[in-house]
Write a protein that binds this ligand. Sequence first.
Ligand SMILES: Cc1cc2nc3c(=O)[nH]c(=O)nc-3n(C[C@H](O)[C@H](O)[C@H](O)COP(=O)(O)O)c2cc1C
Length: 381
Amino acid sequence: MRILLGITGGIAAYKAANLIRAFSEQGHSVQALPTQNALRFVGRATLEALSGAAIDNDMYQDVHEVRHVELGANADLIVVAPATANFLAKLANGIADDLLMNAILASTSEIYVCPAMHTEMWQNPATQANVATLRSRGIYVMEPASGRLTGTDTGPGRLPETEEIVSFVMGKKPLSGMTVTVTAGGTREPIDQVRYIGNSSSGRMGIAIATAYRDAGALVRLVACNIEIPVPAGIEVIRASSVADLDQAMNLPSDIMVMAAAVSDFRIDKPFEGKLPRGEARTMSLTPTKDLIADFAAKNPDTFCVAFALTEDGADVETISQGKLLTKKVSAVAGNSVSSLGSEIGEITLVTKLAVLRESGTKIELGRWLVGAISKTMSKA
Ligand SMILES: Cc1cc2nc3c(=O)[nH]c(=O)nc-3n(C[C@H](O)[C@H](O)[C@H](O)COP(=O)(O)O)c2cc1C
């Protein structure tokens, strides 16, 4: 893996040298990127020698290479250790005033942050609010260790040991070797050449689930139906538009299939060729579409299939999801309500044969929760 290691200006910056060695010994390539202040605490020569790569943290050097974009795009994952209080504040607010901040903001890779600072700085409400913001955006923030700090004080704020940081980053990959297909977005059924029956699904939930599976080490394919928001790096994207397209595109051998796309229940019998002219009244005949996830589950009995049940606000999500579990013959049903369509937040009721689980939060948080809940269900089956 290509790791971009950000190092910021705390007393523990010298420990980044051990981290470079540890990641390199595991076969990863490490590009160290210290802040200007980090170089007051650890020598450039040390970082260059251990990482085997030159270090140049000047934003305005080799401008024609647009290095911040290149560094961000070339990283499979980004680790910042140690992360200062200043860095946490800048990242939470999207401040891009040096090469490290620019590279991170320009990247869609997964990000791991390991804060280290005095206990009072760590516990300061400003720092804690910044950490909460970062976590809600899907950034993994490690809890600092407790112990001896600079000088004679002790308490939480110490940079965890190198091995703990490595397992915090790599231990989040329990699904290495697994293949996952996630469908996302909303289908469009043509009425004529320019009009369609669609829905307001943004694709955010499916992208959050795909990202959580990527972070867990799985090989992820996202079948994206009419999605306009960007898909993070490290996820293979297959585009589809109509139910028929989706049916074809999702036909992939997978260990897990998550059907988060909002699929039209109807299609137009005979779409009009060309553009329907204004003026005349028209009658359209709607034909029910195939139940794609039920069909996929029947054809792929070894795949863990998760259907989504979109219910009206106030409906009994659990009972509806239980019903779909039986009729669709899938492994799990994730019930959510119409108000979550297109929103940043939501609530999921996950129904399996073994249990009913519920969680609410941002879609990024729900994606991670769902991946964990599915993994636990699979391990018990
Ligand atoms: C001796 C010394 C030790 C420091 N240790 C830390 C630390 O462990 N954590 C921290 O957040 N800031 C620490 N600071 C303050 C940072 O260096 C300061 O906030 C700086 O602006 C961080 O810059 P950067 O985030 O761009 O690297 C320390 C400062 C000094 C002088």
